[in-house]
Design a protein around this ligand. Structure first.
Ligand code: AMP
Length: 398
C-alpha cells in the first residue's frame, strides 16, 4: 500500500510517500515559505533522480498540497501514475492531550478533539489541522490517520506526570507532563528490543533522542513510564537553542534585570539558549561546536560537556525509575552521528556495568551495538524514522 505521510507546520509542509510493503520511501520533499512566496523541493527517490526545486506561489496549504500531488504524479519526476494509488494519508499531530493515547482514523469528531488541544500547542496543532483539511480537500475519500507526538507517553503513571503545583491547575487546565517525540521513542524502543534480543514485554529500556530538540524516555515492558520533556517541549535537557530545565525563579530575575516581558523571556528560553546560547551564540549545531572546541573555544567545549552531563543525569534517573536497565538507545541527529557526545555521556554510566566499544562507537547513522559483548547493559545506535513509524500506524488502522 502507498501511504502519504504529512508533517505540516505553519509555513512549511514535509512529506514522504512510503510503500508499506517494502517500507521504502518512494519520494520525499518539503514545501517552504507557504503564504510568503513558495518553494517545493521534491526528491524522487524511487527514480534515483536528484532532488528538484520548484519556485512557485503557494498562497495556502491547499496550493502546497496540490503542488506535492502534481510532483508525485509528474511524468518526469513523479513516482506514481495516478493519485488513486495513494491509499491512505498519515498526519503527524503534535498534541493529543489526554484524549489520545494512540493513533486514530480522522473523523469530524477527531478533528474537533484535536482542535480542543490547540491551546496546549498553539504553534503546532493549528498548522497540523490545516494540513489535514488541505489533504481532505485534495484527496476526498482517502482514509487519513492522526499520529500524535504525545500519545506514546500517555502510559506514564500519575507519579511521573504530575507537577508539584496546586492540584486545581491540573484539574482546570490539564497542566501536567505530556512528553513529545513519542513516535520516535516508540519506534526506537521497539527496534532496540529487536536488536538487543529482548522480549519487549519484559524489558527495561532508555531511549535518548538527541537532535535539535532532545528528550530521553524510560520504557518499561514496551510502555513509556517517564520522559524528560514536559507540559511543553521546552523541558528536560538543554537542546540546540532551548534551555531545558532551569530554576523557574530565574525567569523573574532576568525579566526584571533585562526589562523583558513574558514574550521576550519565552523567546530567550526557546531560541537563544541551549548549546547555542551557552557557546556564546556560536552555533546550535554539534558539528560546529566540535570544530570550535578543537580550535580551543572553551565556551563551545563547555556547552557540549553540559549537554552530555545533563543527558547522563537523566539516564541515571531513569535507571532508578525502571529499577534497572537492559538496553539504551541513541537516536536522532546527534545521537546517531556524534560518537564523541555518546562517549561523554557513557563515561558517566560505567557504574551500570556499561563498557563502550570505542571503535564501534565511531558509527554514524546506522544501527549498531556500541557496547562490548560483555557489557552488562547493551547500548545501541538506532536510527529513528518517524515517517515510517507514521506509515506503519496508518496502515495498521486503515
Ligand atoms: P535532528 O533534529 O534529529 O534533525 O538533529 C539535527 C542536529 O543533529 C544538528 O543540529 C546537529 O547538531 C546534529 N548532527 C547532525 N549530523 C551530525 C554529525 N555528523 N555529527 C554531529 N552532529 C550532527
Amino acid at each position: 500500500m502507498k501511504v502519504l505521510v504529512i508533517n505540516c507546520g505553519s509555513s512549511s509542509l514535509k512529506y514522504q510517500l512510503i510503500d508499506s510493503e517494502t517500507e521504502e520511501a518512494l519520494a520525499s520533499g518539503l514545501c517552504e515559505r507557504i503564504g510568503i512566496d513558495g518553494r517545493l523541493v521534491h526528491k524522487p527517490i524511487a527514480k534515483g533522480l536528484d532532488k528538484i526545486t520548484i519556485e512557485a506561489e503557494m498562497k495556502t496549504h491547499e496550493t502546497a498540497i496540490q503542488m506535492v500531488l502534481a510532483a508525485l504524479t509528474d511524468k518526469e519526476h513523479g513516482v506514481i501514475e495516478h493519485l488513486d494509488e495513494i491509499k491512505a494519508v498519515g498526519h503527524r499531530v503534535v498534541h493529543g492531550g489526554e484524549k489520545f493515547a494512540s493513533s486514530v482514523v480522522i473523523t469530524d469528531e477527531v478533528v474537533k478533539a484535536i482542535e480542543a488541544c490547540n491551546e496546549l500547542a498553539p504553534l503546532h496543532n493549528p498548522a497540523n489541522l490545516i494540513g489535514i483539511h488541505a489533504c481532505q480537500a485534495a484527496l476526498p475519500g482517502v482514509p487519513m490517520v492522526a499520529v500524535f507526538d504525545t500519545a506514546f507517553h500517555q502510559t506514564m503513571p500519575k507519579k511521573a506526570y504530575m507537577y508539584g503545583l496546586p492540584l486545581s491547575y491540573y484539574e482546570k487546565y490539564k497542566i501536567r507532563r505530556y512528553g513529545f517525540h513519542g513516535t520516535s521513542h516508540s519506534f526506537v524502543s521497539k527496534e532496540l528490543a529487536k536488536a538487543a534480543g529482548l522480549d519487549l514485554k519484559q524489558s527495561k529500556m532508555i531511549v535518548c533522542h538527541l537532535g535539535n530538540g532532545s528528550s530521553i524516555s524510560a520504557v518499561l515492558n514496551g510502555e513509556s513510564v517517564d520522559t524528560s520533556m514536559g507540559f511543553t517541549p521546552l523541558a528536560g535537557v538543554l537542546m540546540g537553542t532551548r534551555s531545558g530545565d532551569i530554576d523557574p525563579a530565574i525567569m523573574e530575575y532576568i525579566m526584571k534585570k533585562e526589562n523583558k516581558d513574558i514574550d521576550g523571556m519565552m523567546k530567550l528560553l526557546n531560541k537563544d539558549s541551549g548549546v547555542y546560547g551557552l557557546s556564546g551564540d556560536l552555533s546550535s549545531d554539534f558539528r560546529d561546536l566540535d570544530s570550535a572546541s578543537k580550535e580551543g573555544n572553551e565556551a563551545a567545549a563547555n556547552a557540549v560537556q553540559v549537554f552530555a552531563y545533563q543527558v547522563a543525569k537523566y539516564v541515571g534517573a531513569y535507571a532508578a525509575a525502571l529499577n534497572g536497565v537492559d538496553a539504551i538507545a541513541f537516536t536522532a541527529g546527534v545521537g546517531e552521528n556524534d560518537g564523541k557526545v555518546r562517549g561523554l555521556i557513557l563515561e558517566h554510566l560505567t557504574y551500570l556495568g556499561i563498557t563502550v566499544d570505542a571503535e564501534a562507537n565511531q558509527v554514524r547513522g546506522e544501527k549498531k551495538m556500541i557496547s562490548t559483548a560483555d557489557s552488562k547493559v547493551k547500548v545501541y545506535v538506532i536510527p529513528t524514522n518517524e515517517e515510517l513509524a507514521i506509515a506503519r500506524e496508518t496502515v495498521a488502522l486503515v
